[in-house]
Design a protein around this ligand. Sequence first.
Ligand SMILES: [Zn+2]
Ligand SMILES: [Zn+2]
Length: 323
Amino acid sequence: MRAISLLVVLALASAGLPARAAQDGLGRVRSLRITILSTMLADGDELGEWGFAALVEADGRRILFDTGAHTDVVLKNAQTLGVDLAGVPEVVLSHNHGDHVGGLLTLRRSVMARSPAALSRVHVATGIFFPRTTFNPGIEDNPALLLKPEYEGTGGVFVVHDRPVQLYPGVWLTGPVPRKYPERNWSGSGRVKTPGGWVEDNIPEDQAMVFDTDRGLVVLFGCGHAGIINTLDYARAIVRPARIHAIVGGVHLFAASDETLDWTAQKLAGFGLDNLMGAHCTGIEPVYRFRAALGLDRRHAVVGAVGAYFDLDGGVFPRNIAR
Ligand SMILES: [Zn+2]
Ligand SMILES: [Zn+2]
């Protein structure tokens, strides 16, 4: 099998195709499930909050994406859902905000005695540790920066990415996303100290995960501060210009204007979108707008709830509350 793959690579290389094309077919995810562990909508015994977290299972690799807002909500939800995070070595943090990093220390401490390697490696993008202020100048207000020493004190490490990276075959991190379109998906109230000085905080480190599958790209968002279209456009540039098979997570359109939603829907239609599990800061109205505008139905476009999951083979499993 390996020899055949090598031959394919050599054949493509000799045909003068770019390196990215040579990876096509060789870096695909074959099995994928993304389970929501924190968002506002919850069912049964799970807890909802303004925050986001999800467990990624891709070809047997398990990665925790974001950690919720409260210190204990993801821990509790994982226990209730029967998800054992002791077998999850890696974490991805989409950005610095407290509703995505709030559970990190609790989760790490909950598993490290049993499994020192669990949740011990955190992938982040350049900018996440830049100093921040919001309402009180001079008071450090970056939750990720504030928890960094304590997390590292547990033996955990941060891996900072300044560009896209393929962590495993077909499993990508965008790193910082170029802001090609003027999507303003952030509050505007924060300031960040970049190498160039203090500027309005547009959350420069905001990143998404991208999974390259035979059905197209699956993109997992935390808060989508870089913009849903900017991120998808970039994902198609760095991975491959495929259709978007699924969007999962928060894309910060809960307060977007009708014009913004119409523009976004039109762009999404241009990419082609098969499944939408809009959670967290996506907002409920935008999910339904996109469902209608893109000709999707209740099986393919839902508001994400805690415990809901997207599966590459089975599609969207919304749980009872969101059916
Ligand atoms: Zn945020
Ligand atoms: Zn958020």
